[in-house]
Design a protein around this ligand. Structure first.
Ligand SMILES: [Zn+2]
Length: 292
């Protein structure tokens, strides 16, 4: 992947290990989002030391065996630690690139060219995009219209009969801080594991994952951090099975690795190289060219 940013080469600011590029007057907003992220991560990092004695840790990571892994990932995210993306010697840190105007932020991949702004505009539900295998996370204009942090409250409740989470998942997490966290988790997990082809953004799905899968699912980290930040107290009972039909409640199919005619073939399989997280439960008309 070759990235070019056509204007304002000096439009670069930093925040801990993070680089924020091409964001203009919005650079301070991204810095603030990273600052909010740092703040919500601190109690979660502390909580990992309790392992399964912590109710949210038990709910989203299941085994104390992984508490060091989870704690390390969250610590890395809070300061933007450098990591190796592959077997090369090069250490990289996340690079947040704003695409606020057409024709500026261009990606060249396998003979194709993508204008990131166009991708944002064509898919208004895309807010933050991660290009797997790289250190680049793109920020769409819509990001700046989102709440900086989610509204207070909106913790899930647990249905006694189904032993499932219920509630308004979007109200619970949709915000700059958690959209950013989700994609940054992909960057840090991507340094070590393959990304799954179909990611399901749903709290009952996240809860249902066995420990190892949970630690490799980006949304589990989002839910864990948000539940601690919001001091949520209701979790399914670990010693009771969940009823399967409840799993569809609040379910959102992530637009992970969706494809369009415009970017088909970029990986030879019709799969888009971009990862993002849908804002809505339904695909808009404009998304009809994208494969779910
Ligand atoms: Zn994701």
């Amino acid at each position: 992947m070759l990235l070019t940013i056509g204007a304002a080469p000096n439009d670069i600011v930093t925040s801990n290990g993070y680089t924020i590029q091409n964001c203009g007057i919005f650079a301070s907003h991204v810095q603030k989002a990273l600052s909010n992220l740092h703040n919500v991560l601190q109690p979660a990092i502390w909580d990992t030391h309790y392992g399964v004695a912590s109710a949210p840790y038990q709910a989203f990571f299941k085994s104390s065996f992984y508490e060091t892994f989870v704690g390390h990932a969250l610590s890395s995210i809070s300061i933007g630690s450098a990591v190796r993306l592959d077997d090369t010697e090069e250490l990289v840190t996340p690079n947040l690139v704003c695409a606020l105007k057409p024709g500026i932020v261009m990606v060249y991949e396998a003979g194709q060219v993508f204008d990131i702004y166009d991708l944002c505009k064509t898919n208004p539900t895309w807010v933050v995009l991660y290009y797997p295998g790289t250190s680049t996370i793109f920020i769409c204009p819509y990001f700046f219209l989102m709440p900086t942090v989610p509204a207070a409250g909106n913790c899930p409740v647990v249905n006694e009969t189904t032993n499932q989470f219920e509630g308004d998942l979007n109200a619970f997490w949709k915000s700059q801080v958690y959209m950013l966290l989700h994609e940054i988790v992909h960057f840090y997990l991507g340094a070590t594991v393959e990304m799954s082809a179909n990611e399901i953004v749903d709290w009952n799905y996240a809860y249902s994952l066995p420990a190892r899968d949970a630690t490799l699912n980006a949304f589990n980290y989002v839910l864990y951090v948000a539940c601690i930040d919001k001091e949520c107290t209701n979790y399914p009972q670990a010693d009771r099975p969940q009823s399967p039909q409840g799993r569809r409640l609040g379910s959102v199919l992530d637009l992970l690795n969706t494809s369009s005619t415009g970017i088909q073939g970029s990986q030879g399989s019709g799969v888009s190289p971009f990862h993002t997280d849908a804002m809505n439960t339904t695909l808009s008309q404009q998304n009809s060219t994208f494969r779910r």
